[in-house]
Design a binder for this molecule. Sequence first.
Ligand SMILES: O=P(O)(O)OC[C@@]1(O)O[C@H](CO)[C@@H](O)[C@@H]1O
Length: 356
Amino acid sequence: MTTAEITGNPPGSFAWGVLHDRHPKLITQVRDGLPYPPTTERALDELAEEITGEIRPLPGWEEHAGRSWYEVPFLWAESCFYRKLLGAVGYFAPGPWQSVDPFEPVKSAELRSPEFAGDLDTARPDRDALLAASLWGNRADLGFRLSSGEATGDGGLLVDQSQELWSLLGEGGRVVLVADNSARELVPDLLLADHLLADRAASVVLHVKPYPYYVSDALLTDVIAALRRLSESHPAGERLTRAMREGRLEVRAHPFSCAPWSYHDMPSDLADDFASATATIMKGDLNYRRLVGDRRWPPTTPFDEVTAYFPGPVAALRTMKCDVAAGIPADAVTRLDASGEQWRSNGTHAVIQVRA
Ligand SMILES: O=P(O)(O)OC[C@@]1(O)O[C@H](CO)[C@@H](O)[C@@H]1O
C-alpha cells in the first residue's frame, strides 16, 4: 500500500508553513549569527528571493529545478533549502568559511543554557527515565522553535512499545542509534548509549550528519562538544569518551543522512549497517518521516507495514512535529481529531514504536 507524498501545498498546511515562514526566518537567524562578509549577505539575499519563486538549478539537485518549492516533495524541498543555505554561507567552498557551521551559535547557546544544566541535574539513571529523556529531548528542536515556539503541553505517549524495545535490546551485540538534534537531545541520547554499553550492547554506532542540516542536527563536532560539556558534570562523559577511543562507541556520518529521500532508497552499505545491528533506534521527527516515508498515511496504518522494508529490527523514538503519522490506535485518532488540536505537529505527543 502507498499514498501521496507530502508537498508544500495546500496553503496553510504544516509543510506550507515551513517553506513560507520557517525558511525565511532561518535565513535571518543565520545572517545574524556570524559576521559574514558582503558576498555572503548577497548570497543569502538571493536565496531569500529564490524561495519565493522557482527552484534554481544546482549541480546534483537538478531533479526539480524550475518548479515551485511548494509543488515538489516536501522532504526534497527542505533538504535542497538546507543545501543551498550552506552553499550561500560558503560551507563547501575552499576559503575561510569552509566547514563553518552556520548553526553553531544557536547550538552552543543551548549547550550553555540553564535549561540544559537543569536537564543534567534532574537526570535519573534508571532505564525508563533514560529512554524518556532521549525521547522527549526531541521535543523542541531549534528549527521547530523558530516557527512554533516551545512545545509545553504534555499529550503523552500515543504508542508505548518500550517493553518491546527493552526485550530487543536485551541481547547484546551492536546497537545503531541514528541521532537527530545536538545539545539538549544529543546529551540524553549519549546517556542512553552509556546505559546500553554498560548493560546491553557490546557496541553502539551513533549515526550523525556529515554536514549541518535541519538547524540543530548533530555532527561529529557536536558529539565532541556534548561529551566535553557532559564531562564537566557527569561521570558518563568520561566513560563515553573512553568508549569512543576503544571503538565501542563509534560515530558514523553517512552522506545519505543528508539525502532528500526516505530510507527506502538507502544505499547497500547503509542497509548492511542496519541489517547487522541488534536494533536500529531512529530518533526524531525527520528520521521518522524518512523511515516510514513522507506520505499522507492514514494515521492508523500499521507501523509494521510501513517499516516492513527496513533491513533489521527498528525502533522510533519520536515527538510528533509534522503531519506524518502511522501506527496510532483508532480510538486515539478519533479523540484527537475531535479535539481540534494540531496533535500531529504541535510537539506535545510522542511515540515509541518498534518493529522487531
Ligand atoms: O527531526 P526533528 O529535529 O525532530 O524535527 C524536524 C522538524 O522540526 O523539521 C521538520 C520540518 O522542517 C519537521 O519534520 C519537524 O518539525
